[in-house]
Design a protein around this ligand. Structure first.
Ligand SMILES: [Mn+2]
Length: 285
């Protein structure tokens, strides 16, 4: 399948039970997990992304609020049209955040009605389609562009939310840390550094650490298209040095300068912008 990137943990695991002799059959991976992040409304591609996977992992950002490539799509595009959204993106990219907020205020004022209610109704429609499309089993955490208080309405059997928590998938311990850190963008789910670090600490030692945001490494947090540094986490970076997970998987930075690198034997991977790619990152062991 084009666009699929696969990482294998085979060779780092004890495979003795499957036979290592020269005459034994070629080793087949026993477990295959598909990982996505930054879904941003791509309910249409979720089911296919789960095909052939034993488990599906989603690292958050389900909502499509603003479509940076197709300004007429997403909640803002639906409400205000492509031109108005384009203006806001322009201001944000120029880091003129106060003006961007002011522009957004003007747009909302022109609409009338209760802004919170209008947005929430639009988000509910997106969540309904997205949660219905998740394969089973799915393990997910929050992105910074998510509304945690709505999740209880949409979670169902086989779709498990984890945030500051761990679970075992195919014998490996997976930890999940959701949300983003505070920025001038004021996206919906940003938490302070201490609260974020507490979640990383609560997860502790794991084989695979799944987060929405990257560890704080310049080349992982720099977005070459937006031409700015997103926020990465120092707490995740410290956890890598202290606990050495095999993998740290994350998203958040849609067009990263570097998508994958190794720190102290830990492979750090941006699993990709699912909204644009429509294909998952594959982890096999
Ligand atoms: Mn995102």
């Amino acid at each position: 399948m084009p666009g699929i990137r696969t990482a294998s943990l085979i060779g780092r695991m004890d495979r003795s039970s499957r036979g290592d002799g020269p005459l034994s059959a070629p080793k087949l991976p026993a477990m295959r997990v598909h990982v996505v992040s930054d879904v941003h409304g791509r309910a249409d591609a979720l089911a296919a992304a789960g095909e052939g996977a034993d488990a599906f992992v989603c690292l958050g950002d389900l909502i499509l609020f603003i479509d940076y490539h197709d300004h007429g799509r997403g909640i803002m595009g639906d409400l205000f049209g492509a031109e108005a959204v384009g203006r806001m993106i322009e201001l944000r990219n120029a880091q003129r955040f106060d003006e961007a907020r002011e522009w957004s205020r003007t747009l909302w004022a022109s609409l009338g009605g209760d802004r919170t209610q209008i947005v929430e109704a639009a988000i509910r429609r997106q969540y309904e389609a997205l949660f219905a499309a998740f394969p089973t089993p799915t393990y997910l955490t929050f992105g910074n562009v998510d509304l945690p208080h709505l999740y209880p309405e949409y979670l169902r059997d086989g779709v498990t939310l984890l945030d500051g928590q761990t679970t075992t998938i195919g014998g490996l311990r997976f930890g999940f840390v959701g949300g983003g850190l505070q920025t001038p963008m004021r996206t919906p789910y940003e938490i302070d550094d201490d609260a974020f670090a507490a979640k990383v600490a609560a997860v502790g030692e794991v084989d695979v650490l799944c987060c929405h945001i990257p560890p704080h490494i310049p080349e992982l947090v720099y977005d070459i298209e937006a031409r700015r540094f997103e926020r990465g986490s120092v707490a995740i970076l410290e956890a890598i040095h202290a606990t050495r997970p095999r993998y740290v998987l994350f998203g958040h930075v849609h067009q990263p300068l570097t998508a994958s690198l190794e720190i102290d034997g830990t492979r750090c991977v941006n699993v990709g912008h699912f909204h644009a790619r429509g294909t998952p990152f594959v982890l096999e062991w």
